[in-house]
Design a protein around this ligand. Structure first.
Ligand SMILES: O=C(O)c1cccc(C(=O)CC[C@H]2O[C@@H](n3cnc4c(=O)[nH]cnc43)[C@H](O)[C@@H]2O)c1
Length: 231
């Protein structure tokens, strides 16, 4: 199975060097727009992979089934967390706004897509893969600005119950992959808790170590024949 791994930074790519092939690593830059554009460019350049993985470090949402800092997790869905409209203190999502229908444009040259551009289901094998690796699997949220307060974190959790990880690229990568009809998932190592900014507490080394270990296992498993049918 040919896998395209999209990371935001050179530091993340450096920690993944020497991963078992066949996997290509693309550095996309930070944020969902950079991620979508770079993924799109890589997919247009080809060759087309069987699976795209958005990978990196991320923040862990704090709740009883949340993941610990230093652990990796796998996405069940990739969802934009701040794409919508504010109504006072209330946030209106694309669903609320009636913007959840992806334009069925013949000019895109792609088949009709998942109907909600704010939310992308992860590759069908994601949960099984996570289970075999002993990793948590749940919704991941993609934001344009890192959450910086407990109020913001709780509001995100109220909109997406059970959300595990916050990052800044996953939904952008997933949207580009969906346009190409390629399955996508997201795997992140938790470097920090989502909440008030406490940069000194970030455990980037541990998060990158967990990410690398997870991706090594994922690529080994994907090399097994049974997974090809899910992609
Ligand atoms: O606040 C700072 O001083 C600061 C310094 C360097 C980098 C940052 C970032 O926010 C890096 C964002 C980068 O890492 C991912 N990431 C990691 N933790 C989170 C999070 O809690 N919420 C959202 N994104 C996170 C993200 O995917 C970016 O690629 C801050």
């Amino acid at each position: 199975m040919d896998v395209l791994i999209v990371v935001a930074t050179a530091a993340e790519a450096g920690r993944l060097s020497g991963l078992p092939l066949p996997a290509r690593v693309v550095v996309c830059g930070v944020g969902p727009v950079a991620a979508a554009l770079a993924t799109q460019a890589a997919l247009l350049r080809g060759p087309s992979p069987d699976l795209v993985i958005s990978a990196g470090i991320g923040g862990a949402y704090v709740h009883p089934s949340g993941v610990e800092v230093g652990a990796a997790a796998v996405a069940s869905e990739m969802r934009y967390g701040d794409l919508g409209a504010w109504n006072g203190k209330d946030f209106l999502t694309f669903d609320d706004l009636g913007l959840s229908v992806f334009p069925d444009s013949p000019n895109l040259g792609a088949p009709p897509l998942a109907p909600n551009p704010g939310r992308f289901l992860a590759w069908a094998g994601s949960a099984a893969l996570a289970s075999r690796l002993g990793l948590a699997c749940g919704p991941f949220i993609t934001v344009s600005g890192v959450t910086g307060s407990n109020e913001q974190a709780q509001a995100q959790l109220a909109r997406v119950p059970g959300a595990l990880i916050e990052g800044m690229e996953g939904a952008g990568v997933a949207q580009a992959a969906a346009l190409h009809g390629v399955p996508c998932t997201e795997i992140r190592g938790a470097s920090n808790l989502v909440g008030p900014r406490d940069r000194d507490s970030w455990q980037i080394g541990a998060a990158l170590g967990a990410l690398r270990a997870a991706l090594e296992s994922v690529l080994e498993m994907l090399a097994e024949e049974e997974w090809a049918a899910d992609a």
